[in-house]
Design a protein around this ligand. Structure first.
Ligand code: NAD
Length: 296
C-alpha cells in the first residue's frame, strides 16, 4: 500500500464526543433512558452486536435489557413483545436486531415499533419525517456520518455531495440528511452509467455500495472529502480475512480527507443509537402522551 496524504477523519474521537453528549443529556433526565434490545435466535454476529450495544449503553449511563427470544419464535410472539415494550412507559427505545431468522418477516415487525421509540429510525413515520425535514428519529449510520463530518469541521452547506448507494439503511437517508443540511446531492447506484464521471463532481463523496475498492483514485476530485461506509471482508493468506472499505487505499493520494475502514464510520453507528435513545427519552419526558399505545 502506498503512503497516503489525505487527512484521516477518525471515527473514535467523533464517537467519543457523541457519547459524551449522550451521557451529559441522559444525566439531566429524572430516570436513565432505557434501551430494549430485541434479538431472535443465536446468530453469532447478532449476539455480538447486541452485547456491544448493551455494554456501550451502560458506559453512558443508560439502562438496557436484552430480550433474547428463541430461534423458533413466531411472528405473533415477536409482535406481542413489541406491543408490550411500546406500552411500557419505562422503555425509551426499542431496537430489533436484524437480520431476523428467515421464517420471520422484518417489515411488519419494524412497522409495529412505536415511532417515538424507533431508535433505529427505520419506521416509515421517521423516514417520512426525515424527507420532509420534520422532527423524528434519524437512522443511526447516516446521522453518525453527519456527526463525523461536523466533528471534523467539514462544511456540508453548499457542498456538492455524491452518495454512492441508495439503500434504505444508508444511501437514501444520508441523502435526505444532506439535503436538509443544504448540500446539493446526487445519488448514484448500481445502474448509474460512468460512475467516475459522477463521483468526480463531488466535494464530498459518500460511498455505501458494499463493493470492496469500488472507488479508485481516478474517480475522485483532488482534495475531495471521502467517507467510506463500506465494510467488506476480503480473503487473506492466513484464511482469516480482513475488513476493507468500498474505497481503494490509493484514494488517500488524491483525496483531501478520508475516513478509514475500520475506525471511521463504524464507531459512529452505535454512538448515534445511544444518542437516539437519549433523544427519544427527552421527547417522551416532555410529551409523555406520545409514548403510549395509541400513537403508531
Ligand atoms: P445494500 O447492498 O443494501 O446497498 C448497496 C447500494 O449500493 C445499492 O443501492 C446499489 O445500487 C449500490 N451499488 C452496489 N454496487 C454498485 C456499483 N458497482 N456501482 C454503484 N452503486 C452500486 O448495502 P447497505 O446496507 O447500504 O450497505 C452498504 C455498505 O455499507 C456495506 O458494505 C455495509 O456492510 C456497510 N455498512 C456499514 C455500516 C457502518 O456502521 N459502518 C452500517 C451499515 C452498512
Amino acid at each position: 500500500m502506498t503512503q497516503g496524504t489525505a487527512q484521516v477523519l477518525a471515527g473514535p474521537p467523533a464517537a467519543a464526543a457523541l457519547l459524551d453528549e449522550a451521557r451529559r443529556r441522559a444525566a439531566r433526565l429524572p430516570h436513565p433512558p432505557h434501551l430494549a434490545l430485541v434479538r431472535v435466535g443465536e446468530d453469532p454476529a447478532s449476539v455480538s452486536y447486541v452485547r456491544g450495544k448493551a455494554k456501550k449503553a451502560s458506559e453512558v449511563g443508560l439502562s438496557s435489557h436484552v430480550h433474547a427470544l428463541p430461534g423458533d419464535t413466531t411472528q405473533a410472539d415477536l409482535l406481542a413483545l413489541i406491543g408490550t415494550l411500546n406500552a411500557d412507559p419505562a422503555v425509551s427505545g426499542i431496537l430489533v436486531q436484524l437480520p431476523l431468522p428467515a421464517h420471520l418477516d422484518p417489515a411488519p415487525v419494524l412497522l409495529a415499533v412505536n415511532p417515538a421509540k424507533d431508535v433505529d429510525g427505520l419506521h416509515p413515520a421517521n423516514t417520512g419525517a426525515l424527507w420532509n425535514a420534520h422532527e423524528g428519529l434519524r437512522p443511526c449510520t447516516p446521522a453518525g456520518i453527519m456527526a463525523l463530518l461536523a466533528h471534523h469541521g467539514v462544511p456540508v452547506r453548499g457542498a456538492r455531495v455524491v452518495v454512492v448507494g441508495r439503500s434504505a439503511l444508508v444511501g437514501r437517508p444520508v441523502a435526505g440528511l444532506l439535503l436538509n443540511a443544504d448540500a446539493t446531492v446526487t445519488v448514484a447506484h448500481r445502474a448509474t452509467p460512468d460512475l467516475g464521471a459522477v463521483t468526480r463532481g463531488a466535494d464530498i463523496l459518500i460511498v455505501a455500495a458494499g463493493q470492496a475498492h469500488l472507488i479508485t483514485p481516478d474517480m475522485v476530485r483532488p482534495g475531495a472529502t471521502v467517507v467510506d461506509v463500506g465494510i467488506n471482508r476480503v480473503p487473506t493468506e492466513d484464511g482469516r480475512g480482513r475488513l476493507t472499505g468500498d474505497v481503494h487505499p490509493d484514494v488517500a493520494q488524491v483525496a483531501g480527507a478520508l475516513t478509514p475502514v475500520p475506525g471511521g464510520v463504524g464507531p459512529m453507528t452505535v454512538a448515534q443509537l445511544l444518542m437516539n435513545t437519549v433523544i427519544a427519552a427527552e421527547r417522551q419526558h416532555a410529551q409523555p402522551e406520545v409514548t403510549g399505545e395509541l400513537v403508531r
